[in-house]
Design a protein around this ligand. Structure first.
Ligand SMILES: [Zn+2]
Length: 582
C-alpha cells in the first residue's frame, strides 16, 4: 500500500499493554483510597525541584516514584478517555500454534471520580446473552464494571511499605532511559496488589510501563496478566494508552481454562480541545464585506438547493457529534490519503459529484465503513487490516457508489434535538445503514468504477482480502460486526462478491501472499488529540506463515519519547510488532 505521506510533524503514539480482570469488591487491588491533598502539587514545581537533586539511592528513587504515582492517580480523576478492549479467544491447533476461534469487544468511557468504573457504549443486551460463554461469564460478572479500568492502574494506594523492590538494571524503552525494578507485595498482605516489573523513566520518575498481575488471586475471580504502557501526552503528564493481555492456561474451574489475547486502547483524553467552538472564532475575524457577500450568495436557495443544504446540515451534525464523543478522528492526513484514492476513482470514471465529498476515520477497531451524506467513514481497524491500496479502493468504491447513486440518507439529524442523547447511546441512536437493495446496487456500481480505475489490474488482491475475511468471519463475529453502518461480511455473505471469483486461492503457506494484516499495523492514534496518522513502522519479511496473523491482535512495543518543550514537539512513534505488510 503506497500510503507514505506522513508529515514530519510529530505525533503519535500507540502502545499497549496488558490488563487484569478485577473483581468489583474488596478483592480489587487496593481499591479506592482517598487521594491525599498533597498530590495536587503541580508537576512543573515537582519536576524542577526534583531534577536539581537527583536521587542518590534506590530508596530515594522509590520515594519519587510513589509521589509521581499519586500525582498520576489524582490526574486520572479528571480524565474521561474512551477505553476499547478487543479480545480473541484462542485454540491450539494440531501444529501447536494458537488460532483465534472467538472474540469479544468492549468500548466504554472511563470515569473514576468514585474509583474506577466504565460506562459501556456497546450495550448490555448483547452482553446478557453472551454471558453464557465461559469467557464472557468472567467478563460480565467481574470484568465489565471495573476490569477495564483497573488494568491501567498499578495500585491506587501505592506505598513503599506494601512492597519489596529489587533494582534490576537500566534499559531503554524507545528513547527513554528507564530504571527497571521488580516489585512484589510484602508477605502476609491479603490485599491484592501489583506483582511484576515496572519501568521508571529516569528524569521525573514516572512509571511508563508495568508488566505483571495482581496478587494474591481472589478465590472466585481472576486477575489476568497485563503489560501496561503510558505515554507522555503533555509536558510532565504520562497517561495510559495501551494494555496487552494474554493468558494461555488460566484455570477457572476443574475443566475450564482461559486462553486468549487482547488489546486495550485508550484515547479521547482531550475532548474539550476537540469541542472548541471554531466557528465563533471565525466570525470574529471575518470582515464585514465577506459576511455580507456570503449572505447574498445563499439568500434564496432553490428547493433543490434547500434540500441539499438540509442534508448537509444533518451530515455536519452527525460528524460533529461523533467527533465530540471521541469516536471520529479530527480531520487530518489520513483523510487526504483516502480522498486521493476516491479522486482516482472519480477522475477515471468521469464522474462529477454534485458537491464536495470528505473522508474521515472512525477510531474503533471493528471493521466497518459507511457514508454519512457525502462523508465516507472508515474505521481504524479496517484501515489497519487492508493489505494494499487496491483493497482500500475497493472499500472506498462501495461507499462512493452510495454517494454517486444518491442513496437516501436519513435527515432527521438535521433537527438538533435528535442529538440530545448520552454518549453511550451513540451506537443505538446513530444508524447509517443502507437498505439491502442499495447495498447491492452500490456493489455493482463499485465494481464498474473499479474496472475503469488505476486499480483494475490489482483487484485480485482485493478479492483475496475478501476471501480471508469470509474465511475468518465465523470466528471473529465481533471484529466484523459493524456498530454504525452495514455489515461488511458475515458467515453467509460478503460485500462485492464479484471480486471473489477473480481472486487466487488462499494459501497459508505462501509467505508472499498477504491477504490481510494484523490489527494495529497501519494507523497510529494520538490518545490525547485523537489525531490519526499512518504508521511509519518498517515492514519486515515474514519468517513463517504464523507471522501473517491476519486480523489478529499482537503485543505493543511503542517507541517511547519524552515531550520536550511543548505539545508541538511530541514525538512518540510506534515500532510495534504488528506490521507485516509487503
Ligand atoms: Zn454500503
Amino acid at each position: 500500500m503506497q500510503i507514505a505521506r506522513c508529515g514530519s510533524r510529530l505525533l503519535l503514539i500507540v502502545l499497549c499493554c496488558g490488563f487484569a480482570a478485577a473483581a468489583q469488591d474488596a478483592s480489587s487491588p487496593a481499591a479506592q483510597p482517598a487521594m491525599s491533598t498533597s498530590v495536587s502539587s503541580s508537576p512543573a514545581s515537582v519536576q524542577s525541584s526534583e531534577r536539581s537533586v537527583p536521587p542518590a539511592t534506590l530508596n530515594e528513587v522509590l520515594d519519587r516514584v510513589v509521589q509521581r504515582e499519586h500525582f498520576f492517580m489524582a490526574q486520572m480523576r479528571h480524565m474521561h478517555p474512551l477505553v476499547e478492549t478487543y479480545l480473541q479467544s484462542l485454540k491450539t491447533d494440531s501444529t501447536g500454534h494458537n488460532i483465534p476461534v472467538n472474540d469479544r469487544y468492549f468500548l466504554g468511557r472511563l470515569e473514576m471520580s468514585d474509583g474506577p468504573e466504565d460506562i459501556s457504549f456497546v450495550g448490555q443486551p448483547g452482553f446478557g446473552q453472551r454471558m453464557l460463554s465461559k469467557l464472557t461469564g468472567v467478563y460480565s460478572l467481574h470484568y465489565l464494571p471495573m476490569g477495564f479500568a483497573q488494568m491501567v492502574f498499578l495500585d491506587s494506594d501505592f506505598q513503599k511499605k506494601y512492597y519489596k523492590f529489587n533494582f534490576v538494571r537500566r534499559e531503554f524503552l524507545g528513547e527513554l532511559r528507564c530504571l527497571v525494578i521488580d516489585v512484589q507485595p510484602r508477605e502476609g498482605d491479603r490485599t491484592p496488589r501489583f506483582k511484576g516489573r515496572i519501568w521508571v523513566e529516569d528524569q521525573d520518575y514516572n512509571i511508563v510501563r508495568f508488566n505483571g498481575t495482581y496478587d494474591p488471586q481472589p478465590k472466585i475471580n481472576f486477575f489476568f496478566h497485563f503489560d501496561s504502557w503510558r505515554l507522555n501526552m503533555r509536558p510532565g503528564v504520562w497517561l495510559p494508552a495501551y494494555v496487552y493481555t494474554e493468558e494461555s492456561d488460566l484455570k477457572t474451574g476443574l475443566t475450564r481454562t482461559l486462553h486468549f489475547k487482547a488489546q486495550t486502547r485508550l484515547w479521547g483524553y482531550d475532548l474539550k480541545g476537540l469541542n472548541k467552538n471554531e466557528e465563533f472564532t471565525q466570525i470574529l475575524v471575518d470582515s464585514q464585506d465577506s459576511v455580507r457577500d456570503q449572505s447574498e450568495a445563499t439568500a434564496d436557495p432553490s428547493p433543490v438547493v434547500a434540500q441539499r443544504m438540509w442534508e448537509k446540515q444533518a451530515e455536519d451534525n452527525a460528524i460533529e457529534r461523533l467527533q465530540k464523543i471521541g469516536l471520529l478522528a479530527p480531520p487530518g492526513e489520513v483523510d487526504k490519503v483516502l480522498a486521493t484514492v476516491v479522486n482516482n476513482l472519480l477522475v477515471t470514471n468521469n464522474i462529477d459529484l454534485q458537491g464536495d465529498f470528505h473522508c474521515r476515520v472512525l477510531l474503533t477497531s471493528p471493521l466497518e465503513s459507511f457514508t454519512i451524506g457525502h462523508t465516507i467513514v472508515m474505521s481504524r481497524g479496517l484501515l489497519d487490516v487492508l493489505p494494499d491500496e487496491a483493497s482500500l479502493a475497493m472499500v472506498l468504491a462501495h461507499e462512493l457508489a452510495h454517494i454517486v447513486l444518491g442513496h437516501p440518507f436519513d435527515t432527521k439529524l438535521a433537527f438538533n434535538d435528535k442529538l440530545f442523547f448520552p454518549d453511550q447511546d451513540s451506537f443505538r441512536r446513530l444508524d447509517f445503514r443502507h437498505s439491502p437493495a442499495d447495498e447491492e446496487a452500490a456493489d455493482v456500481k463499485a465494481i464498474e468504477m473499479l474496472k475503469n480505475s488505476p486499480y483494475k489490474d490489482k483487484l485480485a488482491n482485493a478479492g483475496l482480502f475478501l476471501k480471508a475475511l469470509q474465511d475468518k468471519a465465523p470466528d471473529l463475529p465481533n471484529l466484523i460486526r459493524p456498530h454504525l453502518g452495514n455489515s461488511f461480511a458475515s458467515a453467509k455473505s460478503i460485500r462485492m462478491t464479484a471480486l471473489l471469483t477473480s481472486a487466487p486461492q488462499l494459501d497459508d503457506k505462501k509467505l508472499d501472499q498477504i491477504a490481510a494484516l494484523p490489527l494495529g499495523g497501519r494507523i497510529k492514534v494520538d490518545p490525547w488529540s485523537d489525531q490519526v496518522e499512518l504508521s511509519k513502522s518498517k515492514q519486515v519479511a515474514l519468517t513463517s506463515r504464523w507471522e501473517k496473523m491476519e486480523f489478529e491482535v499482537t503485543p505493543f512495543f511503542p517507541n517511547l519519547t519524552r515531550l520536550s518543550t511543548g505539545p508541538e514537539k511530541v514525538a512518540l512513534t510506534t515500532s510495534d510488532s504488528g506490521t507485516v505488510a509487503k
